[in-house]
Design a protein around this ligand. Structure first.
Ligand code: ACO
Length: 436
């Protein structure tokens, strides 16, 4: 018998089965042969929220949650954050290798020349209510791009796929910036192709009528580092959505919009906005202990804490803290930092958090930096969506060419009633049928 195998005895039938173990997994379909009789469907696994199910093979991002390790294509996140630009990392995630000088120049040029939006898209955005949330605008506008580029649905053509990938990465900052300005009631600013990816984004956000907006290099680099940290994170909620929607062969615009919608929730990318609301609610360092008690009593969640995969420090949170110090040298310290540091100090010593392995995640400090950079909290999740678009697209592309992938279609355990007798309307009152 192969040593890389699992032997299972079904105590219902006393039959024994041997299943191969490959890459630390057994194939769920191998369980289907385990039956009590010919009528039996066969054994399935039950895994709500996919806590222990690998849904794909991926060579993009490696995480060791126990040891706090994050690598893109085999390069530690700390090294990439220190030495690369965001677009360089985007190239790495999408193509598997770091670009050489010419490769990077061409790549930056191609992304830069896809930053412009079709005028009809601008008009579409102008139709949102004056106070529309930027993230909701972004989700809808990305989906609407499918109407501008209907050829995107030819997902099996590699050249066509690459064109849509470049368009999405190029246009995401433009959509995010326009959403922001719409929310503030400011006129939209067109992209400036002379600027870097982050500088152009900052220009579209903050340029007013002359003089020319010039991004502070420390701040634009900080934003670039934040983009690197958020670029991919393997099979999280939004990436799983991207793969799931993409598995039906939907075009990449609607799949990216669906992924962005998943990101917007407060338990995922929406957490950065929630952290700021929480810090506002706490108000001062003195109130931290009482707030922690409320969390322990189950009345609140400590937003920005905890992670499905990291059961040690989130390595991104460490880099963000370092980046925050560089930003505060320019902007001055965000007063909320005091509250956040105190919250972290108390939580890391408290048995409730230690026992549950709850540590600050990427969202705990990112909001504080975003605020210091001048962003309003409503914009925070859109700031996450810009770089994560690269990860979604890399994962989508990997899925499209993976011969093992099919349309995503989980099973269920049916808990409802079966084959009931239909009651005509006149009999339902007497039978006590529901009024609603
Ligand atoms: N505050 C207080 N208690 C928490 C928190 C928190 N932030 N997170 C988890 N717990 C508790 C749970 O109540 C549970 O306690 P119990 O065992 O007594 O029932 C235990 O820790 C385990 O938590 P789960 O919910 O099972 O962990 P899961 O892996 O399902 O959730 C999640 C992970 C969603 C990130 C969760 O920790 C959370 O809600 N955190 C706050 C929101 C947040 O910061 N999200 C951003 C995540 S990073 C990202 O998406 C980019």
């Amino acid at each position: 018998m192969a040593s890389d195998s699992l032997t299972i005895t079904d105590n219902r039938t006393d039959r024994t089965y041997t299943l191969p173990i490959e890459d630390g997994t057994v194939r769920a379909m191998d369980l289907r042969q385990i039956k009590t009789g010919p009528e039996d469907f066969g054994l399935m696994t039950y895994d709500p929220a996919f806590t222990n199910t690998a849904s794909c093979r991926s060579g993009i991002t490696f995480i060791d949650g126990e040891r706090g390790i994050l690598e893109y294509r085999g390069y530690p996140i700390e090294v990439l954050a220190e030495h690369c630009t965001f677009l360089e990392v985007a190239y790495l995630l999408l193509f598997g290798e770091l670009p050489n000088e010419t490769g990077l120049k061409n790549w930056v040029h191609e992304i830069t020349y896809h930053t412009m939006l079709h005028e009809t898209t601008k008009k579409f955005m102008g139709g949102f209510r004056y106070d529309a949330h930027p993230m909701t605008m972004l989700v809808s506008t990305v989906a609407a791009l499918a109407t501008v580029y209907p050829e995107a649905k030819n997902i099996h053509d590699p050249e066509n796929r690459l064109l849509q990938i470049k368009r999405l990465i190029g246009k995401m900052p433009t959509i995010a910036a326009m959403s922001y300005r719409h929310n503030l009631g400011f006129p939209y600013i067109y992209p400036d192709n002379d600027l870097s990816y982050t500088e152009n984004f900052m220009n579209m956000l903050w340029k007013m009528v002359g003089p020319k907006y010039v991004a502070n290099p420390v701040l634009s680099r900080a934003l670039d580092v934040l983009f690197i940290l958020h670029a991919d994170h393997e099979q999280n909620c939004s990436t799983n959505t991207m793969r799931s929607v993409g598995s039906s062969q939907a075009d990449p615009y609607v799949a990216t919009a669906a992924a962005a919608a998943a990101l917007s929730g407060p338990l995922h990318g929406g957490a950065n906005e929630e952290v700021l609301k929480m810090l506002d609610e706490i108000g001062s360092k003195q109130n931290v202990a009482a707030y922690i008690q409320k969390v322990k009593n189950g009345h609140e969640k400590l937003m920005g804490f905890g992670h499905r995969v990291y059961k040690n420090y989130d390595p991104r949170a460490k880099i963000i803290k370092w980046t925050a110090d560089r930003v505060f040298e320019v902007t001055g310290r965000n007063p909320k930092l005091e509250i956040a540091l105190e919250l972290e100090r108390i939580a890391l010593e408290d048995e409730y958090f230690v026992k549950r392995k709850l540590y600050p995640n990427v969202d705990f400090y990112s909001g504080i930096i975003y605020q210091a950079l001048g962003f309003k909290p409503a914009m925070f999740t859109a700031l996450f969506a810009i770089p994560r678009t690269v990860g979604w697209l890399a994962q989508w592309q990997e899925m499209v060419v993976d011969a093992e992938q099919k349309i995503a279609r989980p099973r269920q355990i049916y808990t409802g009633q079966r084959t009931r007798r239909f009651l005509p309307m006149e009999e339902r009152q007497a039978a006590g049928a529901m009024k609603k």
